[in-house]
Design a protein around this ligand. Structure first.
Ligand code: SF4
Ligand code: SF4
Ligand code: SF4
Length: 251
């Protein structure tokens, strides 16, 4: 069987998802029995202009000039997968969408802020520029989920499974002590599951890096963050918006 040609492309992001993949170890090597990477900036220097079976796109669409590159990738790819919060929803990059552009450019670039190569716009998901076939959430992505999705795609599955229930369910399944019972806070009640709830298991709150479930009760979340988690009203609001800034109008 001919190997599936896969490529990784990055846009506005920290490339942490690609780096995470280089840490997958043995399972990633196993994957190479099925796929042939033809471009992967963090792991190889080769580039390709050939047709690609599956293109993985990391990072937000946050410069109009990136639209051309995204369209070109779409044009020569059979399947496009957005992976990581930045690509799927805009991720934490989208926090800037709720500030004045001039202010955040000044804060980041200082006196250089008006240089042409630092041009920017609102951080949007990749799907705002091109058609995306599948999305893998998370900041960074989860190893098991990524390998499962790629294996499904390589075997010609037309529907990729991502859970729709909250992280609390996975947390309860692994019998982790609730952060709230430890005097802490957590957002697992409304966070989209699929990661296996590793953060509470490691004694840290879920920050909902995979985004929220459908129709989350955001008011109740903010209330419980304050009343049980001990956060101030302003901090509870900011916390709940960290990975959902693009989905909310009041950040
Ligand atoms: S999703 Fe997170 S880890 Fe991945 S590129 Fe964006 S900021 Fe980095
Ligand atoms: S620790 Fe977080 S994810 Fe786990 S049960 Fe409590 S609120 Fe839910
Ligand atoms: S537990 Fe929450 S913050 Fe941690 S990986 Fe899962 S969704 Fe992300």
């Amino acid at each position: 069987m001919a190997k599936v040609k896969v490529a990784w492309f990055d846009f506005c992001c920290c490339e942490g998802c690609q780096i995470e993949m280089t840490n997958f170890g043995e399972p990633f090597l196993k994957l190479l029995e099925l796929v042939e990477p033809v471009e992967f900036r963090e792991a190889m220097s080769e580039k390709t202009t050939e047709r690609i079976n599956v293109s993985f796109i990391e990072g937000s669409f946050s410069r109009e000039e990136d639209r051309v590159r995204l369209e070109e990738i779409r044009e020569r790819s059979d399947v496009v997968v957005a992976y990581g919060a930045c690509a799927v929803t805009g991720g934490i990059n989208a926090l800037k969408n709720h500030f004045e552009m001039d202010d955040y450019k000044e804060a980041v670039y200082g006196a250089d802020k008006d240089m042409p190569h630092l041009d920017t716009q609102d951080a949007k998901p990749v799907s705002a520029a091109i058609k995306v076939d599948y999305a893998i959430p998370g900041c960074p992505i989860d190893k098991d989920e990524f390998l499962r999705v790629v294996t499904q795609l390589v075997h010609g599955t037309s529907k990729v499974y991502v859970p729709t229930y909250p992280v609390c369910l996975e947390c309860k399944l692994r019998e982790t002590v609730c952060r709230y019972d430890d005097g802490d806070h957590c957002m697992g009640q409304v966070a989209l599951a699929g990661c296996g709830a590793p953060c509470p298991a490691d004694g840290i709150p879920c920050e909902a890096c995979r985004g929220f479930v459908e129709n989350p009760n955001e008011k109740a979340l903010e209330q419980v963050l304050q009343e049980r988690g001990g956060l101030s009203a302003a901090w509870a609001k900011k916390k709940s918006q960290m990975f959902t800034a693009n989905l909310r109008g009041d950040a």
